[in-house]
Design a protein around this ligand. Structure first.
Ligand code: S3P
Length: 729
């Protein structure tokens, strides 16, 4: 991009820019400018080959440079700009890397009569507590955000060049107005730094008298890590942005005052609510942050098998429902075997944000202090449900009967999924729900406890729609009934009975009428057959496999995968069959078998709806043709599972033809390659199992969402003999 890059101020940031620009071949040489007192640092930069040359004369340093970046503390920038002005060239891209932007633009305004069009203010949100060129890192900006704050005068050509430069260093670039940048950063960066410095300052003085640091543990270290940052830099940032920081300090003081009063007045509940709100807000931030930044890739080397005994994590559908009904019940519900995956945790947090006291999960144990059907409180903010369709559709139903308004949001995948299937019948019951023009989330459910029961003939077989309406039925006048075209999972019905609320089942029709009360109970969540399914297929297709899956839920509305695999010739045995908390459970032994292609009976589709990604892998390894029809629903799951699986299988050399409502797969052999899971957990895990049969490695991109349903998937499967590794980034 550039021949000569000139860095003014070769510290941690400037040095890292130089290193990264060279590494990524964005420039051929780097010069540096520094002051007399920076000489030792400049010499060190030269010795470390971070730069090719330096000068204490501005003119010499910037001559022939086609890009100049000022990476000094922001307090030094007015002076630097003053020195730079006589040598300004209209062909050169100028940037800074400071943490405040208003002060830089102001300094430019004083020095130049009109703001130069080739200066692009930039703020890389990256750093370390260490400072100086010794700490410079070649990958400091990889996967970090860089905010550019162009002004009205900024030339688009230079802005584009700046963007390309930072992207070339591995950063994700966004644009903001100068004032917005300084307001946002005051809250998320400057205030936390001031707090860390101030806290350590306070405790440091105490320590001199009482040696308290001796007893400081992880919490103190985590909270104060940033107090090891460079004092000069932070003095400059705080002074430069004080107009935005001071109001925040005032708000923080008043928040601390409020907490002090809660303690003085023994307001334990208020304190608990404050902490719960904060914890949930942080979790939401982490979820969104992870979704944005983290990308996980799985690699599976051939030659694996599956052997041993394993208990896969708890059932996702039952885990969701345990939180929902436990929250609405009267009394305390103890849950064991709860799935600690992101989806079920999204439901848990949703109810916490509506005032329910929920303890755990810890080792799968959750305690829910039910608030009763009318005890939920209005959430203070929109409820973020991540990737979880079940959370959104079921919670939508029970919110329709509340007295308060609430908004449900989700990640990109969830925000694209159809919601009219629930909002339309709920509207018939009298609910008022706002969605996007396409009928997708965000959904705002207006509080109005005036629902009327209806009868609904479901056009599609969906347990989520059925459950949504039954939950709304808990609040509706009269009877609410649903008829399903083919049977779907009946966990809601079973669990409502477990919570002492009658539900009438009559053939394919289920009816509920408001009783006004759920009674708390204990729930033992069985292992999820949808998670076990990966192993049922994996152990079938891999040679030398013999695996026992313990405590798996075998509710007949979920066992389609076993039926289909048995038709294909799988060697699957069920034993120790028992009933646990109203749900049938068994241990399942599965051994290697030669599978053959079949026409999958449509009656099994709804009973195996989540298992098709891995069943497609079974079909790819089977002898002959497997045909799936009547499964159009797969197109609107976490991804379009027909298209995404067909694309991936074709990359692996399989003859897989997608159809409107299914797929035709001519099985036999399956090769290696790189496939994309499109953020769909079940696609990622299905292709992982394919790695048991390939001759070359499989690389699967976008696997971060495996945590939604199967935390610990990689370590558990590798313990059983799958050659799998996981890498971030
Ligand atoms: C679920 C129902 C199914 C299933 C989903 C969980 C549930 O969705 O795919 O993973 O817990 O009720 P549909 O109702 O959309 O078929």
């Amino acid at each position: 991009m550039f021949n000569k890059l000139c860095i003014i101020g070769v510290g941690l940031i400037g040095g890292s820019i130089a290193r990264a620009a060279r590494e990524n071949k964005l420039c051929t040489q780097v010069s540096a400018f520094g002051r007399e007192q920076d000489l030792a640092n400049l010499q060190q930069a030269l010795a470390l080959q971070v730069i090719d040359s330096y000068s204490l004369e501005m003119e010499e340093a910037v001559t022939d440079a086609d890009c100049v970046i000022i990476a000094t503390p922001v307090g030094a920038m007015p002076d630097i700009l003053q020195q730079l002005a006589p040598y300004w060239s209209e062909h050169v891209l100028y940037m800074d890397a400071g943490s405040t932007k208003g002060s830089v633009v102001e300094a430019l305004g004083i020095i130049f009569t009109t703001l130069p069009d080739n200066f692009v203010p930039a703020h890389p949100i990256a750093g370390e507590e260490k400072s100086g060129v010794d700490a410079a890192l070649v990958d400091l900006f990889q996967q970090k955000r860089v905010i550019l704050t162009p002004c009205a005068q900024t030339d688009k050509k230079f802005l584009q060049l700046a963007k390309q430069f930072w992207q070339g260093l591995g950063s994700s670039v966004s644009e903001m107005q100068v004032a917005q940048h300084d307001t946002v950063l005051a809250a998320t960066s400057h205030l936390p730094h001031i707090m860390a410095f101030a806290l350590v300052d306070l405790l440091g003085r105490k320590d001199e008298q009482e040696e308290i640091f001796k007893y400081a543990a992880g919490g103190f270290k985590d909270l104060t890590r940033i107090a090891s940052s460079d004092p000069t830099m932070w003095q400059d940032i705080c002074m430069a942005n004080k107009q935005h920081i001071i109001p925040l300090i005032e708000q923080l003081c008043s928040e601390l005052e409020t907490v002090k009063h809660m303690l003085q007045d023994n307001q334990a509940q208020a304190l608990h609510d404050t902490f719960t709100y904060a914890r949930n807000a942080r979790q939401r931030f982490l979820d969104q942050h992870n979704n944005m930044n983290q990308s996980i890739t799985f690699t599976i080397q051939p030659g694996g098998h599956l052997q041993g005994q394993v208990r896969v994590p708890g059932d996702k559908s039952i885990s969701h429902r345990s939180i929902m009904l436990g929250s609405l019940a009267e009394g305390v519900t103890h849950v064991s075997g709860f799935l600690e995956g992101d989806d079920a945790l999204a439901t848990l947090r949703a109810f916490q944000s509506m005032g329910v006291k929920i303890e755990g999960p810890e080792n799968g144990k959750v305690t829910i202090n039910g608030v009763g059907l009318d005890g939920l409180l209005a959430p203070k903010e929109p409820i973020y449900l991540g990737n979880s369709g079940t959370s959104m559709r079921l919670i939508c139903g029970l919110l329709a009967g509340q007295k308060f308004d609430a908004t449900l949001t989700g990640d990109k995948s969830l925000s694209g999924r159809p919601m009219r299937r629930v909002t339309d019948p709920l509207a018939k019951m009298g609910a008022v729900i706002e969605s996007t023009e396409n009928g997708t989330a965000p959904l705002t459910i207006r509080g109005q406890s005036n629902l009327q029961g209806i009868h609904y003939d479901m056009p599609i077989a969906s347990a989520q729609v059925k459950s949504c309406l039954l939950l709304a039925g808990l609040y509706a006048r009269g009877e609410t009934s649903v008829t399903e075209p083919t049977p779907t999972r009946d966990h809601t019905e079973r669990m409502l009975s477990g919570f002492s609320h009658p539900v009438k089942q009559d053939g394919n029709k289920v009816t509920i009428s408001r009783q006004g009360k759920l009674v708390a109970t204990d729930i033992d969540v069985p292992s999820d057959i949808s998670s076990a399914a990966f192993f049922l297929v994996g152990a079938s297709i891999a040679e030398n496999s013999d695996l026992t899956l313990q405590h798996v839920g075998i509710n007949p509305t979920r066992t389609g995968v076993i039926n289909i695999l048995q038709l294909m010739g799988a060697n699957i045995e069920l034993f120790n069959q028992r009933i646990v908390g109203g749900e049938p459970v068994a241990d399942i032994r599965v051994r290697s078998a030669a599978l053959k292609g079949i026409a999958i009976p449509e009656e099994f589709v709804a009973l195996a709806i989540d298992e098709f990604p891995v069943l497609f892998v079974a079909a790819a390894c089977a002898d002959g043709t497997t045909t799936l029809t009547g499964a159009k629903e797969l197109r609107v799951k976490e991804s379009d599972r027909i298209q995404v699986m067909a694309d991936g299988l074709q990359i692996l050399g399989v003859d897989a033809q997608p159809t409107d409502d299914g797929m035709v797969i001519n099985g036999g052999s399956i090769g290696g390659g790189t496939v994309v899971s499109h953020g769909d957990h079940r696609i990622a895990m299905a292709f992982s199992m394919a790695g048991l049969r390939t001759t070359a490695p499989i690389v699967i991109q976008d696997c971060e969402n495996v945590n939604t349903s199967f935390p610990g998937f990689v370590s558990l499967t590798s313990g059983l003999g799958l050659n799998i590794s996981s890498e971030e980034g």
